[in-house]
Each structure stands twice: as C-alpha cells, then as structure tokens.
Write a protein of this length. Sequence first.
Length: 264
Amino acid sequence: MKRILMTAFLVLFATKAGAQLLMEESRVQLTVTPGETVVDGMNIHNTGQQDVDIRVYWQDFEYVPPYTGKKNFTPPGTSKYSMGEWVTYSPQVLTVPAQGKREIRYTIKVPEDATGGHYGVLFFERSLSASPQNTGVNIITRLGSLFYLETVDSDKSAVVDEVRVQDEFIRGRFANEGDVFLFPRGVYYLVDNDGVPADRGEIDTMYVMPDTAAEFSVVLDGALAVGDYTMVITFDLGGGESVTKEIDLTKFNTGQYQIRQVRD
C-alpha cells in the first residue's frame, strides 16, 4: 500500500479566543492492491478550554460541473465510485477533552475485485447535544478528511481535443477516459517562429470524473507581435502520466489569431 497524507490543521470549531478543535489530515491518498486491508487512524486536537462533543460519519462525494473543485456529498453507497461499504471507523461519537486529543481509527477492506478509483469523506461534526456553555461559539457545521483510494492497476488516461481560438483565448476540452478522478495540472509555453520564448504560465486545475470532460483556457498576450507561434500545453496527470498538445498559430496585424495545426 502506498499512502500519501495531506497534513493540514483544519479548524472545525472556533471561539473568539482562537481555534478550538483541529483535524490533522485533510486528504488521505491510498494506492492499494485488491484484497488488501488498510488499518490506520487520525487525531483530533482540542486547543480550547472546554470539552467538545463531536460525531463522526462517512459520505460519498463526486465533483460536479464545471469541475473547478465543487463537490456533491451523498450517503455512502450512492456514488458509482463509493467505498463506503468497505470502511469501518471508531468511535462514531466522542468527546475531545480540553487541551487534549482523540484518535479516530479506521479500517478499509478492499474487495478482491476492486478496480480503479474509489472515494469518500470522513466528516467531523459537532454533536447535536450541545452544552449551554457553548453558546456564542462560531460553528462550522462540518469538516472532513477526503479519502482517495486507487488500485495499483488503475487507468489514468485522458485526451485533449476541440482546441480552438475564441476571442483572446486558446480553449480546449480535457476528457477523462480512465477509471480514476483526475486533477490535471496544466502548464503552457509559447515560442515564436525562431524558437524564442514569448510567454508561459499555468492552467487552472480541473477536477475531472471518469467519462466526463472539462473546458480549459489559456489567455493570449495582447502584446504579442504579429507572426507565427507554437504553443505547447502539458497536463500532468500524476503517477508519471501526462498529455501534451502542440498548437501552431498565427497572429495577424488585425490582432486576431488563427490556429494552423494541432498535434500530439
């Protein structure tokens, strides 16, 4: 099993005096073998002066169009990419003592026939039985640790197509043709006809589900001189996989652009 943790203290509750309840791990990324069992845990810290009651529960999640990062949370077992039936955790209700911490233990039993990516979130929420002395606490209703589980034989594949000029932008379509969620990190550079660099930059990260596609865009610098250029766009898919497009284009003295050729 390969395990990657995104460690960040996330505030669950806060008081006027500062943070009270903190969660260490915002994201858990697991690469597993079908049939494997994962057993681990995470800590919840209370930096405040009062005990805090919370409940813990699991939900599925999926990204929603236009795939800029917004998620839809649903009960476990409702998503095509659910792992809710594989997960158990304890405790489900707990009290985190003042100036102390508690550990949440979880077990993930990966089925023998599991393939591709499976996802969920372990939510932490204040208990419904709030004590009167907590009146005035500014409560974030819930905060969670996202789980991204992928099997060792998962497919990270994608295509970039429908590349076009629209106004002052190069636009295109990024299509996820694999079986895992993809978060392509795109970069581009532009060279003139003599190979001299003219521009470079990053493309906004997308959060693309399998069998779906997202639109991306690159703004063209209005100060570019008239002439021929080549733009190279590369999307890093993670795990050593990437997709690249080369775009030959021309800027005319009218300020307009035209794509001459697009190639892999």
